[in-house]
Design a protein. Structure first.
Length: 230
């Protein structure tokens, strides 16, 4: 029996997985972990326990850039295109995840709940829940279903559906094959082309301390509540 080909998934960034691997392997993981590092740079000021994680991330970024970008012969046009595509995808992912955290934390604030309460509701430890809210670990599908059930946040605002270019290419090829036998399937191409995507990319100062302090109430809730376990 022929082995099924592994395809890209609509999965969330998993910074913990990269840390446990001890090495950055792709441009997408580099962009994802770089965005996480910028957010942790802000969060570690009130959560000193994050410093070890930031140090590990920083070391991995330096090692990857030295391995993959220091030799000019390795920096091809294809490499540059891969890097640009990875940057766009990572920013769209984080724009979605950042907004999602805002929604979750606003609900916690409205009910005077803290991280330790969310940990109890999701049956996680406080440290695990902290990593969820700080973007180190991805929420599981079960976590998101529970959050939807408890806080009435629409699933479309909780479950990320930002496909990689690899996934888009595979779907387009599959639709073309199916459409040759079933013309009605051509509508799938239009659905895919009109899919919801994150509105815009992250602003240049999204991780800046002054921007957090000057932001409106929603951002203030995020800064205040996502750090509180007491």
């Amino acid at each position: 029996m022929a082995q099924r080909k592994k395809t890209a998934e609509l999965s969330e960034p998993d910074i913990r997985r990269i840390l446990e691997a001890g090495r950055i392997k792709t441009e997408l993981d580099l962009e994802r972990i770089s965005l996480a590092d910028r957010e942790l740079m802000h969060q570690e000021k009130t959560q000193p326990d994050l410093r070890a994680t930031r140090k590990a991330i920083s070391d991995m970024i330096v090692e990857y850039e030295s391995r993959c970008w220091s030799d000019e012969n390795l920096v091809t046009d294809a490499k540059m295109e891969e890097s640009e595509a990875a940057e766009i995808q990572a920013e769209r992912e984080y724009a979605f995840l950042w907004k999602r955290n805002m929604l979750i934390i606003a609900k916690l604030q409205a009910l005077s709940l803290k991280q330790k309460d969310l940990a109890l509701l999701l049956n996680h430890s406080k440290s695990y829940t902290s990593e969820l809210l700080n973007g180190i670990r991805p929420f599981s599908t079960n976590d998101l279903k529970m959050i939807h059930l408890l806080f009435e946040i629409p699933l479309t605002d909780l479950i990320i559906t930002i496909p990689s270019q690899e996934t888009l290419n595979r779907l387009e090829n599959a639709i073309e094959k199916i459409s040759s036998l079933n013309p009605k399937a051509k509508t799938l191409r239009e659905t895919l082309a009109n899919r919801p995507v994150a509105k815009g990319l992250l602003p240049d100062d999204w991780f800046d301390e002054d921007a957090h302090e000057e932001a409106g109430n929603e951002e203030h809730v995020y800064t205040k509540l996502s750090l509180s376990n007491k």
